[in-house]
Design a protein around this ligand. Structure first.
Ligand code: ATP
Ligand code: MG
Length: 131
């Protein structure tokens, strides 16, 4: 068993898509082991996205991620990190595979509805960042 972090981003909370996302996760075999709703402050959002320091989209991304409530979840499953990345699809919904969460509900490359950890190391760090 391994763990990964999922965030329901503000665009999806705003459009009442928490239940849709939870349903997709549970049907795909993920166990929700921690779950919390809150609005990120700038410090928390910036430190979470520290890896993107210097990228042109960072300031707008922080603004977006602090614009409303998010739902944080630690998820457990065999091969959790890779399987969740497959389930959510590519960063840009226009390029996301058919049937992925982002292809179905994301608005654009920034407001892409969900975050998922991209490695086991980052999953451990990201879960510790919030729980
Ligand atoms: P996440 O980390 O949220 O799961 P990701 O790993 O698919 O997404 P990253 O490259 O880590 O993509 O980018 C983090 C987030 O920054 C993206 O999910 C998106 O919200 C935003 N982002 C990435 N690239 C762009 C871009 N070119 N323009 C605007 N926003 C972007
Ligand atoms: Mg990422």
């Amino acid at each position: 068993m391994s763990r990964t972090l999922l965030i329901v981003k503000p665009d999806a909370v705003e459009r009442n898509l928490i239940g849709y996302i939870v349903g997709r996760l549970e049907r795909a075999g993920f166990k929700i082991v921690e779950m919390r709703m809150l609005t990120l402050d700038e410090t928390k959002a910036r430190s979470f996205y520290a890896v993107h320091e210097g990228k042109p989209f960072l300031n707008d991304l922080v603004k977006f991620m602090t614009s409303g409530p998010v739902v944080l979840m630690a998820l457990e499953k065999e091969n959790a990190v890779e399987d969740l990345r497959t389930l959510i699809g590519a960063t840009d919904p226009a390029k996301a595979a058919c049937g992925t969460i982002r292809q179905e509900i994301a608005l654009n490359i920034e407001k892409n509805s969900v975050h998922a950890s991209d490695s086991d190391d980052n999953a451990t760090k990201e879960i510790a960042h919030f729980f």
